[in-house]
Design a binder for this molecule. Structure first.
Ligand SMILES: Cc1ncc(COP(=O)(O)O)c(C=O)c1O
Length: 361
């Protein structure tokens, strides 16, 4: 069969997915998981209890409109529920962004490295990803993006703080940047990690939603701070007009019953998650310091991971960590390690020291 005759042009042009699959003989559950920016402290006991009890009713369909969750999110941010879109992870929000705004040939402007799903989303919709490298200090290059705007630019992606670099741009910088764009350019601000930030000027753009004179969608997830990566709940915030259009996408109606109940419970259990944050931020400082002592360049992180360069090439370091020490980390232009439990962080530092030692002898 000639696949080119049956597969859409958009999918033919899209590079294969890079996400690892257990079906490929790879079992991440057997490794120390410091590669996916998951929250090692897990869900709160209250959230777990709600998932267990809501499972009893899961022979029935959920509320397709996720009314209780939208209300809980809206209350949390002092918005109205018609400003909220929900779905299976912020990955679903990214899909809906593409489906709602992109036509074939539109340009999607973003910095690299960033979260790869944005590139996938551009390809899937027949759009063209236009890439501006991050600055030398590994920050999102807002000036570079501004210069790269053309009359074909439809969507600009800002990941703040950025994955995998961990660095950020201040809310004021982002606001000014967005306001400088042409009126028909949509900006998506992905804030998957913003809850881990401690810098005073690294803040969510939600309070700016009413001030923007340009179309803006803010993407959020319960996967990181709320430790619900396996439950798959994400949401987007924007104006009621934009949310109503995004809501036409089928993925807007597909959030599981357990996910909806768990997310409401998580928002209601702030104390538990702020204690986890404290531990994660403490470990972030410790890891940064210790890695610097090992001769690594470590970029200041506002997230639950750390981006660094070491004397060992990133792919080789990732391979050695996995094969020799059973520790999973990320490899990009540089290396990325997610903050784990203290014992994992120690194991990672020991492994890093041994690998650097071995490779630089
Ligand atoms: C920046 C960023 N956005 C979105 C996501 C996707 O999160 P979700 O689990 O909600 O689909 C990730 C996951 O790693 C991410 O790093």
């Amino acid at each position: 069969m000639d696949m080119t005759k049956i597969i859409s042009r958009a999918i033919q042009n899209k590079p294969a997915s890079r996400r690892p699959s257990q079906a490929a003989g790879f079992d991440p559950s057997r490794l120390v998981r410091m590669g996916f920016n998951e929250n090692p402290y897990g869900m709160s006991p209250k959230v777990l209890e709600v998932i267990r009890s809501s499972a009893d009713g899961a022979n029935n369909y959920p509320d397709f409109g996720a009314g209780a969750l939208k209300k809980a999110i809206a209350d949390f941010y002092q918005l109205t529920p018609d400003c909220v879109l929900t779905g299976s992870g912020s990955s679903a929000m990214i899909d809906m962004l593409g489906m709602t705004f992109l036509n074939e040939g539109d340009e999607v402007l973003l910095c690299m490295p960033t979260f790869a799903a944005f590139i996938d989303m551009a390809y899937v919709n027949g759009a063209v990803p236009v890439i501006v490298p991050v600055t030398e200090d590994q920050r999102y290059d807002l000036d570079g993006l501004r210069k790269a705007v053309t009359d074909k630019t439809k969507l600009v992606i800002i990941c703040n703080p950025n994955n995998p670099t961990g660095t950020y741009r201040s809310s004021e910088e982002i606001f000014d940047f967005i306001e400088s764009l042409p009126e028909t350019v949509v900006t998506a601000v992905d804030e998957a990690y913003i809850e881990f930030a401690e810098a005073d000027d690294c803040k969510t753009m939600v309070p700016y939603l009413q001030r923007f004179s340009r179309p803006v969608v803010i993407l959020k997830t319960f996967s990181k701070y709320y430790a619900m990566a396996g439950v798959r709940v994400g949401y987007a915030l924007s104006t009621p007009e934009i949310i109503a259009e995004m809501n036409k996408c089928p993925a807007a109606w597909n959030l599981s019953l357990m996910g909806q109940a768990a997310a409401v419970a998580a928002l209601d259990d702030q104390q538990f998650f702020s204690e986890c944050k404290e531990k994660i931020v403490h470990s972030r400082h410790r890891l940064t310091e210790e890695m610097q002592n090992l001769g690594c360049t470590v970029y200041p992180s506002q997230t639950n991971f750390v981006y660094f360069s070491s004397p060992v090439e990133p792919t080789l370091l990732k391979q050695k960590m996995q094969d020799e020490f059973g520790i999973m980390i990320g490899a990009y232009e540089m290396s990325r390690v997610s903050i784990g439990l203290p014992a994992w962080n120690h194991a990672f530092l020991d492994a890093l020291a041994a690998i650097i030692d071995n490779c630089t002898k």
